[in-house]
Write a protein that binds this ligand. Structure first.
Ligand SMILES: NC(=O)c1ccc[n+]([C@@H]2O[C@H](COP(=O)([O-])OP(=O)(O)OC[C@H]3O[C@@H](n4cnc5c(N)ncnc54)[C@H](OP(=O)(O)O)[C@@H]3O)[C@@H](O)[C@H]2O)c1
Length: 280
């Protein structure tokens, strides 16, 4: 039995793909209403919270493999790691970012902290280190609908953006396979390096109307995100991230997705076509 810890962008699709492979899968969620369609395809649901150790222990019963994906808050993910260790789980497949101990971005330091403790736990692990998700572009949809364009402090920085559905596909592929991926770290990216200017061009093509892109300063970007409803700390962390993108931080590609999946990673144009209704 495989446990997937949440059913957000990556978790939901991972569960769906594992059921497509006819594997037994359980998913820990806070709100079962959001995963009715997963129940319909045979997934087992445990209602719980990553802040509640008893609910994690309950979800961990009889589990061999954990796909650890969540917002990446250390106390929560470490609850899962410790529970997995106690339950004698065979391996943990962890979704992570470009983690480092001294990153200026808190969420990368948090992921480093989780990775370090996972490695120290002695559990078998596989790390899936993803570049920026294409789905982040969905947050720009309201601005695009309202103004016909969007802004960012990412400048003309290039990103090896990946469709979160491909992150899920890799997690499901590895969870379904034997133990050959233990101790490995895979770098997950899309097929191309993309600037936000190219995102605008792709959206223009797919939507059949012009979508413009304009560069913002750190302060302008942060304030725009706060105005759009993001908490101040998150807006600041995101603007900090986009500043690093401008400096080349996400300018990396890898062949791990096509090698692992035996097919190309989804392109930005495929992503935009699949999500066209969100921008229309
Ligand atoms: N976004 C990127 O560009 C990017 C790039 C590289 C790596 N990553 C990594 O991707 C991971 C995030 O994956 P994602 O995009 O699939 O996340 P997501 O779509 O934001 O979903 C997060 C899920 O976690 C659930 N959740 C939040 N707090 C919880 C709690 N206390 N207990 C139980 N469930 C809880 C949420 O449930 P509710 O529906 O109940 O709120 C939601 O379903 C992070 O590890 C991040 O570092 C992201």
């Amino acid at each position: 039995m495989i446990l997937v810890t949440t059913a957000g962008k990556v978790g939901f699709e991972t569960v769906r793909l594992l059921r497509q492979k006819a594997l037994s899968v359980r998913v820990l969620v806070r709100n079962p209403e959001k995963v009715k369609s997963l129940v319909e395809i045979g997934a087992e649901i445990v209602v719980g919270d990553l802040d509640s150790l008893p609910s994690i222990d309950k979800a961990m019963k009889g589990i061999q493999t954990v796909v650890l994906v969540s917002p990446g808050i250390p106390a929560q993910e470490l609850n899962v790691v410790h529970s997995a260790k106690r339950a004698g789980v065979k391996r943990v497949i962890k979704i992570t970012n470009d983690a480092s101990a001294d990153s200026p971005i808190a969420r990368r330091r948090w992921q480093y902290e989780i990775e370090a403790e996972l490695l120290a736990s002695g559990l078998n692990y596989t790390l899936l280190r993803a570049n920026a998700y294409m789905q982040n572009v969905l947050a720009l949809a309201p601005a695009i609908k309202k103004t016909g364009g969007f802004g960012s402090s990412a400048g003309l920085g290039r990103m090896g953006m990946i469709d979160a559905r491909d992150v899920a596909a890799v997690a499901a592929e590895i969870a379904a396979s034997s133990v050959t991926h233990v101790g490995k770290t895979y770098k997950l990216t899309g097929p191309a390096l993309i600037t936000y200017s190219e995102v605008a061009a792709t959206l223009s093509k797919v939507l059949g109307r012009p979508v413009s892109y304009h560069e913002l300063s750190f302060e302008e970007d942060k304030n725009a995100m706060i105005h759009a409803g993001l908490p101040k700390e998150l807006a600041e962390m995101n603007a900090q991230f986009f500043g690093m993108v401008a400096g080349g931080d996400c300018d990396w590609l890898s062949e791990d997705v096509p090698v692992l999946l035996g097919r190309p990673a989804r392109s930005l144009e495929e992503f935009a076509t699949d999500y066209v209704s969100t921008f229309s």
